[in-house]
Each structure stands twice: as C-alpha cells, then as structure tokens.
Design a protein around this ligand. Structure first.
Ligand SMILES: [Ca+2]
Length: 245
C-alpha cells in the first residue's frame, strides 16, 4: 500500500511539473522570452534548439517620435543608431530589437531608458518593421578616441537581420522583429569581438517610417561590466567617463 501511494505521489508530481512547464512555455510565447545564446545550444529534431540564456544583457527602451529626422540617410533608408561600448573581448554577442514594446517587456532597475520613453509609452499606435545592423568602428578602441574620431571612423558591418521567427509578432501578426548573433572570430580582425566602439543601426527595410517604441537588447555569454549603450555619442562618452546621462 505504502509503495503504491509513493508511486502515485511521484506520478502526480511529474504531471504537476509537466503542467507547470507547459504553462511557463505558454507564457513565454506571448511575452518576450530570455535571450538565448548560440554558444552551448542543443539542436533538437523538428523544434527550435534549446539555448542557454545570455548571462550578461544590457537593455534599452526607446522611442522614435513620428516625423523625426534619421541619424543618416543610407542607401535610401532612414537609419538611426545606438552606440555601444564593449569593454573586453567576447566569444559571442547577440542583438535583438522589437517594436512596439507594448507590455511584452517593461523597464527594470538598471535598464537604459530613453528621455523619450515616457512620451512613447503614450503612443499606442505607431511601430515599425525593424531591420538591424551590427557594426564596429575600425579605429576607436579607447574612450578618449570616441569624440575625436567619430566623424571620420570607418565602420565594419558584421551582420544584419530583418525578420526573426524567434521574436514575438508585431501587431500585424507578422514576425517582422529582428535578432542576430555574432560568434567572434579572434583570428580575423574584421570578425572579432574585441574592446571598442560598436553601433547598432536600425531602420525599416520595407516601406514605412521608423516610428514608435522600440526595445533593444545586447547579450553576451560572459560578464562584460562597463558595457554601455546610448542613442547619442556624447551621452555614451558621459556614461563611460562616470557621469550620468
Ligand atoms: Ca523586419
């Protein structure tokens, strides 16, 4: 009798654990799940690989007001930039972006919040089909170089992404949000993730304006204290030199 009861208890525990697991994965599909790395992933047949979440992430909550001027007109596209300081070598870096943010994720303590975020949170209408690029400045490798060289530096593009099926859908129902992961190639200076200045370019690849709230997240599988993101170069320098934005 006793052992049967024990077996029943185990069975109930397993069923409960499965139910909780299914419930949690259900939650993840409607919200923004943790940002998983390429490093250490387990490939599974027929389903998405199992990924270990990045251990270090920096999150940015921003807003592009309708009618804003882009940072650059690039190949006919209105490009905006987030500047990113990476303080050390990393084996991998991931970047993902979504628009609009809605209640998919909310700013937590330590996250970077744009001065326009509050205004953006009242804009429940606008969003854009994100497209992101990841670039590194070829010659800015010290904080003191940033402002002196920003106007003339050469940017090396590592990768770009338009649409990712890993990201939550937009209000249209289409999975047009973006995600990319870059594995460092230490032997190739044009593919290595080293200390220096990077920028995340964002635009909308198809027709439409870049407008509405957006969320950008940078992840790494190693701790990178001193990583900073800012919309403006001057703000990035201020943060890196120990001041507030
Ligand atoms: Ca897209």
């Amino acid at each position: 009798m006793k052992s049967r009861r024990a077996v029943t208890t185990i069975v109930i525990s397993i069923v409960a654990a499965l139910a909780i697991g299914i419930a949690l994965s259900g939650c993840a599909s409607t919200g923004l799940s943790q940002f998983g790395a390429d490093i250490g992933k387990t490939d599974l047949p027929l389903v998405d690989p199992m990924r270990i979440p990045y251990t270090y992430t920096v999150k940015y909550f921003g807003y592009i007001k309708p009618g804003s001027s882009p940072d650059e007109d690039r190949d006919g596209k209105k490009f905006y930039y987030l500047y990113l300081w990476v303080p050390a070598v990393a084996p991998e870096i991931g970047v993902r972006m979504l628009s609009p943010v809605r209640d998919l994720t909310k700013p937590q303590k330590g996250d970077i919040i744009s001065p326009f975020w509050e205004e953006g949170s009242k804009d429940t209408e606008n969003y854009f089909d994100t497209y992101i690029t990841f670039e590194r400045s070829l010659d800015i490798t010290s904080v003191d170089d940033i402002e002196a060289k920003i106007g003339s530096t050469q940017w090396i593009q590592y990768d770009s992404n338009d649409d990712s099926s890993e990201m939550p859908p937009q209000p249209s129902g289409s999975r047009y949000n973006s995600l990319l992961r870059i594995a460092s190639s230490p032997s190739d200076p044009l593919k290595a993730i080293v200390l220096g200045l990077y920028r995340i370019g964002f635009t909308t690849f198809k027709v439409g304006e870049v407008q509405g709230t957006f969320y950008a997240e940078v992840g790494a599988p190693v701790n990178l204290p001193g990583t900073a993101i800012a919309k403006e170069v001057a703000d990035l320098v201020k943060v890196l030199k120990g001041g507030a934005m």
